[in-house]
Design a protein. Structure first.
Length: 103
């Protein structure tokens, strides 16, 4: 039986990440982490752009999270919104996703 590439990318996983001051529940698409994305991230890292590399990873796979703005409205994990989040938080979320992906 055949399967479309788009079907492979649809799966979702949810996990909880401990951060300073609490926890963040994130839902991500494992299929969003691709060799193409990894190449893009590697280029950003080589250019010493650590923050943007984390944004690229998360924008490629993060579906939702329970991070709120000052008005208690959910912050959609877009490139623009992720770029406003402290790098330490982005790093912890990315690390948790990568650990979850390990066999």
């Amino acid at each position: 039986m055949s399967i479309r590439l788009s079907q492979l990318a649809q799966g979702r996983r949810t996990l909880t990440v401990e951060v300073e001051g609490g926890t963040i529940t994130v839902t991500y698409r494992p299929g969003g982490i691709t060799p193409e994305l990894e190449d893009h991230v590697r280029e950003l890292v080589q250019d010493r752009r650590g923050g943007p590399s984390l944004v690229a990873v998360l924008a490629g796979c993060l579906v939702e999270w329970d991070v709120l703005d000052e008005n208690d409205k959910p912050i959609t994990p877009t490139v623009q919104n992720l770029a406003r989040v402290p790098t330490l938080i982005l790093s912890r979320v990315t690390q948790a996703i990568m650990e979850d992906l390990r066999p």
